[in-house]
Each structure stands twice: as structure tokens, then as C-alpha cells.
Unconditional design. Structure first.
Length: 331
């Protein structure tokens, strides 16, 4: 019955015949026509059921009543890949300043109106077949059931027991975590988790390093002040390795006078505070208010043609890297 309901929700703009549902179920289960007819009848008879039955050319068809369409969403398990691409690719067009999935969803619906409810209908399966994942540990390559449990823990505030491969340990460790936020950083997914033992401590968990996960019955409460602190940290930080209480500096970096750089920084925002301008020589000048840390230093080093204008603290960090490289490789 759950799978039938799931199928009707995923095809909520259509009227589905009994035989279509039977064919779908038989892809993975042994079911008879009588089983399907019995379960459909039970679903329709549930009090306040959103499922309706109509008769077309003498045959029964089933569908979700129109008044319920706006209240239904696609199941996480079947659409994790699609949802990931949507948040990544649609945000710049619909709502460049939003910080949460909820805000993004509202912005998309406001922009697209009724069309949005059917816009991505049944795209998940052909989309997954047509998508190539480059690299073995890409976040989209997560096992579907595992990904579903991870997101369920986040949404329902259920504690999660995980087997986790830490970066500084050869053997994985078992721990219980309380995910507060899901973060996309450099094409990787992370949880920001709240420590139960230390109220001032929050830590990141990289999803692709979670080898196993078990949803626990215990739930946790998200203290509004802690959540606000985490959100402030995420907004102000340049990367996940910045201090838990980041101190932003005004960063100014100059790039060559080439339309390529202007296009790059219009297309991609490396931080919410990012701004671009041009100096008198036509050079592209990028400015941000971010903490100085290893993530920022590595980002600057990834652009050999870039010149840091300010601050002096960032210049000194880069000089230190240069001295280390000189010792390793010579001049």
C-alpha cells in the first residue's frame, strides 16, 4: 500500500490504471491483480484519503485529488539525485540570496506558479540514467537507503548512530550525532552536528565518509540560539576549516584584465559577500568579507594569476607557504 501511494504521488498529474500499478509493483515484488485491487480499495476507503477512483471506458483509474497536489512532495529516496541538482543549479536563477531549501522551494513556486508542481514530475529515473558521476566518492553516489536515513535524521531531528571514517584514523569509529544543517561545500555534502555534551561545540561530518547509519528512536531538540549560531558561522565562513567563531577580514584580490575572469565570478559565487569591480587598468577586482584560514589560502593558491591586494595577514600566510615550497623544491 505504501508503494502504491508512493507511485500515485510521483505521478500525481495522471490517472493510473490498476494494470499500470500492477506492472510497476511486479518489477520488484510478487503480487497478483487481486492483491493490487484489494489494496487500492483500502486506500480509497481510508478516511480523508487523498486518493480518488474514476471509471474510464469501463476501467477503474486512480489519482491524487487536485486539492492535495500542493501538499505533496516527491519522496526523498527516489529523488535524492534530482533534489541535489535542483538546489545547486536553480538557486542562482530563482533566489541567489536564499540560505535554506525551504526558502528556495518557496522562491521557485512563487516564480513558476502552478507549472512548478509538474515541472520535475517523473524526471528522477531518466535523469539518473543520463547523469555521469565523475569520481568514486561523489556525494551523489551515496547509497539510496543510506542517503534517505541521513536526510530523515536531519528533517525529523532523530539521532543517528554512524560508523565514520575519520581523516586522522585508520579504523572507522562509531558515534551518535545530531545533524542540525546540511551543507554543500566544494561539491561535497556535510552535516553540521550539535554536540550533546558541549553546548558551545559544533562539528562537521562528511557524508561520503559515513560507512553505515542507523536511525535511533531518540530525538533531539534544536536550540534556536545554537541553530542561529551555526547559521551565522556558515554565512561568515569561507570554508569548513575556519574557526567556529570566525572573524571576517576584507579580502581584495586582483585578476588580469580579461573578460574570462569577470564571467567566472558572475557565474559562481565563492561567498555571499563576494563583489566584483574593475580598476583603472581594466583588471578584475574581487572583494569578500571572510576569515583568513587554510580554505581561503588554498583558494588563492589555486589562481596563480591572482594578486592579493589586502589584507597584510593574508599576504603573510601566502609568503609562509612560498617559503615552505621553496624549502621543498628550491628556487
Amino acid at each position: 500500500m505504501v508503494r502504491i501511494y508512493d507511485y500515485l504521488v510521483r505521478n500525481k498529474r495522471k490517472e493510473i490504471s490498476t494494470n499500470e500499478i500492477l506492472t510497476y509493483l511486479q518489477e520488484t515484488d510478487r503480487v497478483s491483480l487481486r492483491n493490487v485491487q484489494r489494496d487500492l480499495k483500502a486506500l480509497v476507503e481510508i478516511k480523508d484519503s487523498p486518493i480518488l477512483c474514476s471509471i474510464l471506458q469501463g476501467k477503474k483509474h486512480y489519482f491524487i485529488q487536485p486539492s492535495m497536489i500542493n501538499k505533496l512532495s516527491l519522496p526523498i529516496r527516489r529523488n535524492g539525485l534530482l533534489a541535489f541538482f535542483l538546489i545547486k543549479r536553480l538557486q542562482p536563477f530563482f533566489a541567489p540570496n536564499v540560505k535554506t531549501l525551504n526558502e528556495l522551494s518557496e522562491a521557485i513556486m512563487d516564480s513558476a506558479g502552478e507549472m512548478a508542481y509538474g515541472m520535475f514530475e517523473d524526471l528522477d529515473e531518466p535523469f539518473e540514467k543520463s547523469t555521469f558521476l565523475l569520481g568514486d566518492q561523489h556525494p551523489l553516489a551515496l547509497d539510496g537507503d543510506l542517503f534517505n536515513d541521513l536526510l530523515t535524521s536531519l528533517v525529523k531531528r532523530q539521532k543517528l548512530k554512524i560508523l565514520y571514517q575519520k581523516g586522522n584514523s585508520e579504523k572507522p569509529v562509531e558515534k551518535v550525532v545530531c545533524p542540525a544543517k546540511l551543507v554543500l561545500f566544494k561539491n561535497e555534502l556535510y552535516f553540521v552536528c550539535m554536540s550533546e555534551s558541549e553546548g558551545k561545540w559544533d562539528f562537521f561530518v562528511k557524508l561520503c565518509r559515513i560507512l553505515k547509519a542507523e536511525l535511533l528512536e531518540d530525538t533531539f531538540t534544536s536550540n534556536p540560539k545554537r541553530v542561529a549560531r551555526i547559521e551565522k558561522r556558515l554565512i561568515e565562513s569561507f570554508g569548513i576549516l575556519d574557526a567556529s567563531n570566525p572573524k571576517p577580514h576584507k579580502i581584495v584580490v586582483r585578476f588580469p584584465a580579461d573578460p574570462y575572469y569577470k564571467l567566472i565570478f558572475i557565474e559562481k559565487k565563492y561567498h555571499n559577500s563576494q563583489k566584483i569591480s574593475m580598476d583603472k587598468k581594466g583588471n578584475i577586482v574581487l572583494s569578500m568579507n571572510v576569515p583568513i584560514g587554510i580554505d581561503l589560502v588554498n583558494w588563492v593558491l589555486s589562481w596563480p594569476e591572482a594578486v592579493v591586494v589586502e589584507p597584510k595577514e593574508l599576504k603573510e600566510d601566502l609568503r609562509e607557504v612560498a617559503r615552505t615550497l621553496t624549502k621543498k623544491y628550491g628556487i
